[in-house]
Design a protein around this ligand. Sequence first.
Ligand code: NAD
Length: 291
Amino acid sequence: MEIAKVGVVGAGQMGNGIAHVLALAGYEVLLNDISQEALDGALAQIVRNLDRQVSRGKVASDDRDAALARISTTLSLAELGSTDLVIESATERETVKQAIFEDLVPHLQPHTILTSNTSSISITRLASRTDRPEKFMGFHFMNPVPVMQLVELIRGIATDEQTYQACFGVVERLGKTAASSEDFPAFIVNRILMPMINEAVYTLYEGVGNVASIDSAMKLGTNHPMGPLELADFIGLDTCLAIMNVLHDGLADTKYRPCPLLTKYVEAGWLGRKTQRGFYDYRGEVPVPTR
Ligand code: NAD
């Protein structure tokens, strides 16, 4: 089936990146959020990121202008009724995502494919609350979307082959690489990554190291480009905690229990880069460790 117009729900750090790469690949994009501020912020971020790509010679200025012209924004979910594919990328909370799908479904055309960029929530369970579980799947981008090569594609129990192939075709047109994952908590990447980040927070909590020593140990000792705490701030500590809770609940194994210190940071509203403070404080010239 031909996919020409894509709706993106949630204009946060992932939603703006998804809109960016889709528009650059030639799709018409309709970006939705409940907050006008988030929509304005997303568009400004897309302009900044495209400008950087132009200045580095990765994107021609005509292509940047054409991509920007393909992106529209809306506060109304009903307007996404005209799309062929929807990628939901709102806050990582199951009740939020379910409410979005319930509100969205009555407006959709029968052929429209519904997907979620969730990092961890069951695709099968989200799909079961819609009228089209066979046309529903996981479409999981990595952060930052314009830079990262991988997209995890997750089939729910009912996802049909045509839907999978259509999404696979979108990933190819974006010039990215798909990895196929079965629908189990946190899929492949976060099933492996998040317990490592959570363990880094335990290492901090138990005083084995401080923020600087933990990040520098993992960067220099294991050749990771970012330390685990720096990466957690980059992902968002609320998202990290939500994923650990999904692993803990979904796999019923105490080895996935979220570190109390991670919970404390989230309760403080110190969510990482997006709120200017997490394991590092980003309000000054250089990030300063908070412990
Ligand atoms: P974010 O907090 O930056 O953005 C979430 C956005 O969703 C906000 O702009 C918020 O206003 C909006 N939103 C909330 N409720 C909404 C609703 N009912 N309708 C429309 N918009 C709504 O979060 P993010 O990091 O962009 O994460 C979004 C999704 O992407 C989550 O499911 C997350 O698990 C997934 N994800 C995140 C990362 C990452 O590294 N942060 C990586 C891959 C996938």
